[in-house]
Ligand binder design. Structure first.
Ligand SMILES: [Zn+2]
Length: 329
């Protein structure tokens, strides 16, 4: 799509070449239409790639949304080639509710709802319209995350290996250009349902990555800026942004398996490890106790690797998420 830049990206109007604008849009759907989503768009005078940056599909992962706002405010069309579109808050229903993990319209995780359905629940309709009306029309996409309100996190990148060499190479190009993370996963988390935005984008032919920085609902400057710097270096590497040369980035280390551990019991989680810590196979990561403090289970590392995130709230439902261990190649 390096020909003429179109005048809209699905429901999002694009400005004339050489200009930028920001505003709100909605989707053509009776359930979704009661919300307005914020966006920024800048179109360069020269045609090129169309890049979609998204954040806030998990509403309390604030570092992504704050980074997207900072990038949107700074967009300068004089330095853009092609088009850059930013949606800083996808989980619009959850933001002011301070929702953790889910969308309060139907209590589903929006980032497990793809590819969605035009006639399904609120989350399924949102996934369907975002994917088909917006995402599949761009050339590259990136989704910003953090640990959720109750998760501490080691920064990492992810892409979904489709098996299509051309798409995978383009996703990997973005991964290599980020420069701010030590780890990259190329598989969906073990034991989790599919249906993530970046995976669905790649499966539909759009090179896509995810970036995780920050957590616990804390808008820590270093975590926000890590997102900002990574996106800027990707844009400069791809030639979308010509304000400065791209920096040579340190490539992240590959993670072959991403094990998400869940609790068999309802109880209190006493976590013994921290995000970023290296653990050995069989090492005790924590224990589950009941409401009298009696041990229910010892949580052990299924493999050696790096702790990618831990749940910081000790209150765990049956089958509740506890932490993730990434196993390096
Ligand atoms: Zn997330």
């Amino acid at each position: 799509m390096t020909s003429q830049t179109p005048r809209s990206l699905g429901p999002i109007p694009l400005p004339a070449p050489g200009t930028r604008h920001s505003g709100y849009f909605t989707f053509d759907d009776e359930l979704l239409g009661k919300y307005q989503w914020p966006y920024f768009a800048a179109v360069g005078r020269q045609a090129g790639l169309t890049f979609l940056l998204t954040a806030g599909i998990h509403a309390a992962e604030y570092t992504g949304t704050l980074a997207a706002l900072r990038l949107g405010q700074a967009l300068d069309p004089d330095h853009v080639t092609g088009a850059i579109v930013i949606i800083p808050l996808l989980n619009r229903p959850g933001f002011f509710e301070r929702s953790i993990y889910v969308n309060p319209e139907d209590n589903q995780n929006l980032n497990r709802a793809f590819p969605g359905s035009a006639t399904g629940t609120w989350s399924e309709r949102f996934a369907h319209h975002l994917l088909n009306d917006v995402v599949i029309k761009v050339d590259r996409t990136m989704d910003l995350h953090a640990g959720d309100m109750v998760e501490g996190l080691e920064p990492f990148l992810g892409y979904y290996q489709t098996g299509n060499a051309e798409i995978d190479a383009r996703s990997q190009e973005m991964i290599r250009a980020h420069g701010g993370m030590r780890w990259v996963t190329h598989v969906l988390p073990g034991g989790e349902r599919a249906g993530m935005l970046y995976g669905a984008a790649a499966q539909n032919g759009v090179p896509a990555i995810l970036a995780e920085s920050g957590g616990c609902g804390l808008p820590i400057e270093q975590d926000v800026q890590r997102h900002v710097d990574g996106v800027l270096n990707i844009w400069r590497t791809l030639g979308l942004l010509t304000d400065a040369p791209a920096l040579q980035a340190q490539p992240p280390r590959s993670i072959a398996a991403n094990n998400w551990l869940r609790s068999e019991h309802e109880g209190i989680f006493l976590c013994r490890v921290s995000p970023g810590e290296m653990v050995a196979k069989g090492q005790t990561l924590g224990e589950m106790v009941d409401l009298l403090g009696n041990r229910l289970a010892t949580i052990e590392a299924p493999d050696g690797g790096v702790v990618l995130f831990t749940v910081t709230s000790p209150a765990i439902k049956k089958d509740g998420l506890l932490l993730a261990v990434g196993v390096p190649n």
